[in-house]
Design a protein around this ligand. Structure first.
Ligand code: GLP
Length: 246
């Protein structure tokens, strides 16, 4: 794993957005794996700014998002469809049919998981997967205990995850109990992975990631077995690490 420590969230966003821009410029038909949550918001802002100012084009890019809540319509302000539209898709030239997100309203959710998995295969896999991390070590919505070989599947969200995500909703009762997520096995098939960790709330999980063995109670620990992972963390997130900063 390559580890890049940066000063703050702003720098994290700059480093991450530059990595994405470089890939898109080098291979304009790349498949990008995208994440939601608070962490990538600033990165998407910089991608939009770069698109406006320098014209980096996403005309040939395909995107696949990690996850979506079950039961929220695409235009629900808390759905990840809506999030992606607001933060990125409406501001760049990515054709709509090349932006893929699991459908949390599918009649047959199992079939939707299979469709999504096959779609990723048809796209020949993800070139660069962006990942955040939950405070319990989840990646996508793969909660502790998820099999490392899991494919796209339905998850029952941990109460701690619902509580952490409550800030985006009016009340805890509104936070969905289920989601569709790419599996850990799906994520691990990505050709390269960029894990972004910022803020003091992530300091404990980042320390655990460095100190603990690979085990499925800490889903992100499997990333240590991936050949091309870069972790970008800011000073607050890295504050419990005992390694020298670069
Ligand atoms: N499903 C998302 C993850 O994809 C995200 O990485 C994580 C961290 O979110 P945040 O960046 O807001 O801390 O939690 C959410 O539950």
């Amino acid at each position: 794993m390559q580890f890049i420590q940066v000063k703050d969230y702003q720098q994290l966003c700059e480093v991450a957005s530059q990595k994405i821009i470089q890939i898109v410029k080098k291979s304009p038909n790349s498949t990008l794996g995208l994440a939601t949550g608070g962490t990538p918001e600033g990165i998407y802002r910089l991608l939009c700014k770069d698109h406006q100012q320098h014209g980096t084009s996403y005309q040939l890019v395909q995107t696949v998002n990690l996850d979506e809540y079950v039961g929220l319509a695409k235009d629900h302000p808390n759905s990840y469809h809506y999030y992606m539209q607001q933060h990125l898709f409406s501001k760049i030239d990515l054709p709509e049919h090349q932006a893929h997100i699991p459908n949390g309203l599918a009649d047959d959710l199992e079939q939707e998981c299979e469709r999504y998995e096959q779609l990723i295969e048809r796209l020949d896999g993800v070139d660069l997967q962006i990942l955040g991390i939950g405070q319990n070590g989840h990646i996508g919505f793969n909660e502790p205990g998820t099999s490392f070989s899991s494919r796209t599947h339905i998850v029952k969200l941990a109460e701690s995850t619902r509580l952490a995500n409550q800030r985006f909703f009016h009340s805890i009762d509104e936070v969905p109990r289920y989601a569709i997520t790419m599996g850990i096995g799906t994520i691990m098939k990505s050709k390269s992975i960029l894990l972004l960790v910022n803020g003091v709330k992530k300091a404990t999980v980042l320390r655990r990631l460095f100190e603990e063995e690979v085990h499925n109670q800490l889903p992100a620990s499997i990333l240590k077995h991936h050949p091309h992972v870069t972790i970008v963390a800011d000073e607050e997130a890295a504050s419990q690490l005992k390694i020298p900063s670069n």
